[in-house]
Structures are given as C-alpha cells and as structure tokens.
Design a protein around this ligand. Structure first.
Ligand code: AMP
Length: 283
C-alpha cells in the first residue's frame, strides 16, 4: 500500500492508475477504523480497480465545543488494517496540507444540511462539504463510498455532487452493527462499560419502531412518542432529536408511506451517537 501525505503525491498515484485504465474507488474516513469503514473498503474493491482511502480528522467539521482534540487517531493500526485489506493508496494529509495559510473558500449546501444534525452542529456540514469537495478534486474518483450510518451526510454529499456537477458516483453502504445492535462508530471508544450498556436502547428503540410499523402503526408522531418514552427509561441517555423523514428529501413526514427514515441523535453521557433505519412501505 502506498501511503501518501501530500496532494501532489496522491494525484500522481491516481494518475498512474488511470493511465493503466483503472477505475478509481474512494473511501473518505477520519480513521479509528472499524468493520463499518472496512465494509465501504470491501465494496469499493468489489466495484473498482484501484482503491484510495483517506484518513483525515477534518478540523473544519468540528464545532468549538466538540471532540476534535480527543478524536482517536490510531494511525499505525489503521494503516496496518488497510494494507492487510489490499488498499492501493492511503492518503493521510496534515491539516496544513489540506488548509494552507489563507484558505478561505467554503462549500455550503443550504437545504438538506439544515435541521437534524445541522441544527445542533452549526457549520458541521459546511466543513464536511468543503473537505469532501477538496478530496474529490484531489482523488478524482469514479465512485465514492459513504455509510448510511451518517444518513444526512450522504444526502448532503449527493446534493453537492448534483449541484456542482462533480462526475463522481456516490455509493451508499448499509450500517454495520455489533452483536448487541449498536452501530459501529469511532466514537463508541469514548463509552464506559456502563454507558455502552445504556446505548443499546438506541438500536432497540429503532427495532421497536420497525415492529410497530410492521404491526400497522402509521402515525409518525405516535412512533416518535413511543421511542421517546422507551429511551427516557435509560437515565444516562439524553435525546437530542428523533425524527421520521422522507428518505430522499429529509423532510418530516406525518404518515409512514413510501421510503422513510427514522433518524435519531442521543447523548450517552458526554458521547453523541447517531443512528437510523430505513423503512419502505407501499400505500
Ligand atoms: P468517519 O470516519 O466516522 O467519518 O466515517 C467514514 C465513513 O464510514 C462515513 O461514510 C461513515 O458513514 C462510514 N461509517 C461509519 N460507521 C459506519 C457503520 N457502522 N456502518 C457503515 N458505515 C459506517
């Protein structure tokens, strides 16, 4: 695996592969890799000839009160995992490399990024769009892979790609969970044993909602009410939002019909976790 730290070296490695006629798959990450990230890598490897993974803890997507400094950075373990998986290029730039002095241009999606995580994390999606746009310009991938765990993020990126005429095709990969149902996340490392035990209420609340819908419940407000009641019984867990939205536009729905997503964000102690499930209902 070729580890590159500069934009120039990354461009060169990709240009060589393209010259051979290889298609390029790209998986952007912030590192602290787990089986969720590796599912994106495997999908990229199955669908493209040459896979680039980036590890960059992007300072521009963290708010001033957020966990930028504490964010885990186990680079040796990450690069060993990617090399063992057969990744072709690991792009690991510094913040200075990505944002040289005087950097002053932002990419700002203004509809899909509002609400949900956009409410509680002002500037977050602007930081995400800015770094992903830069990464797309540097890597020039044919396909880029994003996890559905970050549901709003995938929709924001899809909108950005459409609006700004990027030629990359966005691929969405399902959520990888642990045996207890908790979605894998680099931030799970912050949870104490106690908190982890509490966090299972999140996938459980989603599973209950799914069951209620299968049993005929169609009122979004009713489902959200019962999810809130369920999670409130876990004293270490604070709900930031629970919403049921159109899976394409992210607009709130009142009735469960067509493709909807149940999305939520909670704090377990000081750790913020997000999760969601997709529901497809005819009629
Ligand atoms: P991150 O390193 O947290 O920025 O995540 C990098 C990519 O991995 C994003 O597209 C995430 O949506 C995706 N990802 C993170 N956790 C999971 C998971 N449990 N299942 C599937 N994809 C995930």
């Amino acid at each position: 695996m070729n580890i590159v730290r500069t934009r120039t070296a990354c461009r060169k490695a990709v240009a060589l592969a393209k010259k051979r006629g290889a298609s390029i798959g790209f998986v952007p990450t912030m590192g602290a890799l787990h089986a969720g990230h590796m599912a994106l890598v495997r999908r990229a490897q199955a669908e493209t000839d040459f896979v680039v993974v980036s590890i960059f803890v992007n300072p521009k997507q963290f708010g001033p009160q957020e966990d930028l400094r504490a964010y885990p950075r186990p680079f040796a373990a990450d690069s060993a995992m990617l090399a063992a998986a057969g990744v072709d290029v690991l792009f690991h730039p510094s913040a200075q490399e990505m944002y040289p002095r005087g950097f002053s241009t932002w990419v700002d999606e203004r509809v899909v990024s509002k609400g949900l995580c956009g409410n509680s994390r002002p500037g977050h999606f602007q930081g995400v769009c800015t770094v992903v746009a830069k990464l797309f310009m540097i890597v020039q991938p044919d396909y880029a892979y994003f996890g559905r765990k970050d549901f709003q993020q995938v929709r924001v990126i899809q909108r950005m790609v459409r609006d700004l005429d990027f030629t990359v095709a966005i691929r969405e990969v399902g959520i990888v969970r642990q045996d207890d149902g908790i979605a894998l996340s680099s931030r799970n490392a912050y949870l104490s044993r106690d908190e982890r035990a509490q966090a299972v209420c999140v996938p459980q609340a989603l599973a209950r909602a799914r069951r209620d819908i299968a049993n005929g419940q169609r009122s979004a407000a009713g489902i959200v009410r019962s999810m809130r009641a369920y999670i409130r019984a876990y004293q270490g867990v604070r709900i930031e939002y629970i919403a049921i939205i159109n899976a394409h536009t992210l607009e709130p729905v009142t009735l469960i019909r067509g493709a909807v997503a149940i999305v939520l964000a909670v704090f377990v102690g000081r750790t913020r976790l997000i999760d969601n499930c997709l529901i497809q209902r005819a009629g």
